[in-house]
Design a binder for this molecule. Structure first.
Ligand code: NAG
Length: 287
């Protein structure tokens, strides 16, 4: 089996186009949080093609989607995410490739830069139509929360159990968001300057709005997530500079982001595995 991406849009192919909304979606359901091993997932998900590519067998979706998952040392969370996400995406008829972007070493975690790296590295495989930026601990629990991109960037993780399934604050843009490829380029991706925890997601929303895009959301019933409980990660301390950085978000937007990330990273390894494409990068946070 080899991974194949169609280079035609669905309207150009004679194969039947997938319906925008599949009929057999489950709606709100319970997540599966049982312990699972990678071997068990590989055995269960025979529909996966190398590199973590999944696509419907009987129709062609209108978009190709890449899900980018920044990662370090959270194996059990990743396995639970995949255990839930792969069946969810299968039911949603998504043509999707899963990318894990692992920050190597002990340097402080930089979520924004990892998304930029994921975008650039994913583009070397395929120009995906839609990029979904996904935390490793966010489990979507309603199938109607369709993983596709639209005219405006979407905030997917609206209602999270940790916050009683309510929106945390009106400008919250964290957890899971989706942008068309063209939108990610337009906003110049994420900032690379947020080292440690906090506010890189707020910065992304500033960038979105500064380019006259609006954030869109589904309702709190649809856009529901369970967050896997965990303690603050080592190597991801709260960033004390985040408030100051956030103030200059719009000013920095065009000179710092996707267009400057290449000087911050080095790819150490890329593996096309069954469940995902795994990209290990070393980040040089000082550049
Ligand atoms: C906010 C953070 C944001 C984070 C959210 C949920 C700031 C300025 N923003 O307070 O990055 O996603 O909490 O944990 O710290």
């Amino acid at each position: 089996k080899t991974t194949k991406y169609s280079n035609k849009t669905s309207s150009e192919t004679d194969k039947n186009v997938c319906p925008e909304k599949p009929k057999d979606l489950l709606g709100l359901r319970l997540g599966n949080y049982s312990h699972v091993t990678k071997a068990e997932l590989i055995e269960e998900f025979t529909q996966m093609e190398p590199g973590g590519h999944l696509r419907p067998q009987n129709c062609t979706p209108g978009q190709t989607v890449a899900i980018l998952i920044p990662y370090r040392n959270r194996n059990s969370h990743l396995l639970v995410l995949l255990h839930n996400l792969i069946p969810f995406l299968t039911r949603q008829n998504v043509d999707v490739t899963l990318f894990v972007i692992e920050q190597a070493g002990n340097s402080t975690f930089n979520r924004g830069a990892l998304f930029n790296v994921g975008f650039l590295e994913a583009e070397k495989f395929h120009r995906f139509d839609c990029y979904i930026l996904h935390d490793v601990d966010m489990i979507p629990i309603n199938d109607h929360n369709l993983y596709r991109c639209s005219e405006n960037p979407r905030h997917f993780a609206v209602a999270v159990n940790k916050h009683n399934y309510k929106l945390l604050y009106s400008n919250y843009f964290g957890g899971v968001v989706g942008l068309l490829r063209s939108q990610y380029l337009q906003v110049n991706g994420n900032s690379n300057l947020y080292i440690g925890w906090g506010a890189e997601d707020d910065d992304l929303l500033v960038r979105v709005r500064a380019k006259n895009l609006t954030m869109v959301r589904y309702d709190v019933m649809t856009a529901r997530y369970d967050m896997i409980k965990h303690k603050r990660d080592k190597g991801n301390a709260e960033n004390p500079l985040r408030f100051a950085l956030l103030k200059s978000a719009a000013r920095r937007q065009d000179v710092e982001g996707l267009n400057t990330v290449s000087k911050h990273y080095q790819v150490l390894d890329i593996k096309l595995e069954t469940l995902h494409t795994w990209i290990t990068v070393s980040l040089n946070n000082s550049g």
